[in-house]
Design a protein around this ligand. Sequence first.
Ligand code: PMP
Length: 302
Amino acid sequence: MLPFDDREGWIWLDGRFVPWREAKLHVLTHALHYGSGVFEGMRMYDGRIFALEAHTERLFRSAELLDFEIPLSAEEINRASVEACRRNGLDDCYIRPIAWRGAEQLSVSARETRTHVAIAAWPWPKYFDAARFRRGIDLCWAAYRRPPAAAAPTAAKATGLYMICTISKNIAERGGFDDALMLDSTGAVAETTGANIFFVRGGALFTPRPDCFLDGITRRTVMTLARARGIKIAETRILPDDLGGFSECFVVGTAAEVTPVGRIGDFRFTPGQLTFDLIDAYGELVRSEPAEALVHAAATVA
Ligand code: PMP
């Protein structure tokens, strides 16, 4: 893999484009020591960023939850995100905006820090191995559980919250799995290390209520698509022991898109028609013109 700090191209940093290799930070940056960073992950399809406004709104909300302000308008972030793709000659890519507390103060207290913002874009075809895709990815049980909402700003897409995801995903990959399924603090199914999860039983969808993890933009989009097809959805508590009752399972996220799951620990699933219909519907939506309006509506209604 090409190292992320040694590539050609341009990165938007605090208001201007800098050569990719020069987009650097000081080692005493607050975010590095104390996890004070928030970020987004978006995809551009055919030259348009899917759900751009919804992602930018979440970036601002995440910063607010971490008690810092982003010194820019949503429009500036939106414009810079599109420009980050254009400058690098990309039409289909992944976009990563990130905002963090700088090095102006280095202590738990951080009221003197400035907020910095960067936006980078790079090609990222599929999150999971294409060969695995049709039969479904393999998940193991994660090493860590998600903290409850009373213990962390769980609605924020915050850098610090990914520590347990990285540990869990590394262990999963070392064990030959694609990813890990995390439980919540009460022992119910929550999400994977970077995507939300859905199960199928009797033609209906079942998914955990997002009370301690991200209510993903893809999750809401897929729920809107499913409802439009007359598919019933239950947001409900799902225990590991319940998994034997489901026929299909899939995960959803900006990077993962809609990806079938073939296995969770000892439970097996066979990707079926409902999953493949939603994969197709999502694939069509992200490349279609009114996508922004639909997702924006889904994001503001919930
Ligand atoms: N949960 C986690 C932990 C994630 O990292 C992501 C990806 N941002 C999601 C869920 C899905 O969110 P979205 O659909 O908004 O990308």
